[in-house]
Write a protein that binds this ligand. Sequence first.
Ligand code: SAM
Length: 345
Amino acid sequence: MAASGKLASFRLPPLPTVGELIKLYKLRAEKQLSQNFLLDLRLTDKIVRQAGNLRDAHVCEVGPGPGGLTRSILNAGAADLLVVEKDTRFIPGLTLLSEAAPGKVRIVHGDILTYRMDRGFPPNISKPWEEDPPNLHIIGNLPFNVSTPLIIQWLENMANRTGPFVYGRTRLTLTFQKEVAERLTASTGSKQRSRLSIMAQYLCTVRSCFTIPGRAFVPKPEVDVGVVHFTPLVQPQIQQPFKVVEKVIRNIFQFRRKYCYRGVENLFPEACRVELTQEMMQNADVDPTLRPTELTIPHIRALVDSYAHLCTREPSLLSYEFREELRLKHPSGQRNTPTDTFNDT
Ligand code: SAM
């Protein structure tokens, strides 16, 4: 007996393969846009499975390019797929795909860093934050050059329940270069533990899914790629404004190989640095000789709470930036700043 129309799952009709589309539209990968394509549909299906059940889901795909992952999302049963692609050359191929899945694909030619995701989906799909996540997923084989700023932007959105998180605890399934994926999921004490680990883990459950070898992409990137899944927590593990949390973590990880109090010192102007550092560490009850990588999220929470308390007493501390004080003291640029790990997120 044939399956009823309702139960039968959606399959795309026969289409040119992704490889054929690339040839047809002469889609040479642009290095500037970090284009590395996935042509193996078993791999794109595997990425999509990490997102969970997509039956009737709303999905935003970041950077669909020639559309391999896009096909897997449609085959998984998504009902409404919004794709955001910066490079015009991919629009005809994506239009072909949207014609093969009538009414399911919406194409936005734009930049994901500025796209207003809070307006991209119907408000009635929203779920209260405390409830289960909404049936909305963000999925993407991200361009490497935007992946870190994008996840930081989305973490901030998550903390403020803006952007993709106006709909509730929207889940993300994204690819990163392996080293970044390892930082995002690194636990206390591990070599990869960094600012990004804490920022992500205080706000979400972060799951490392699997690694894709660089050779699976066309063209082959220099590095392997990690797939990471994020589910926002109902209750963030640190209950202070994102900017304050970010500032404390940034300063602490400024000297990742030194004792953690060294980074804490830079939160305070020179004139009161010693006393306030001591007060902040003591109130937080954190051993000042722990290294930043050894700090747990409860340690960081205690430090951020302690810093926020000092800022309530002395509000001007909030706008103090160590680097700014240095710049004023050494306008010629001859200064002794910690450069070793500054770009380590
Ligand atoms: N999803 C495709 C795949 O898996 O084969 C392409 C992945 S490729 C690594 C990254 C894609 O993101 C490219 O199509 C590129 O044009 C697009 N892209 C780059 N920067 C973007 C941005 N700021 N906003 C939206 N798309 C972007």
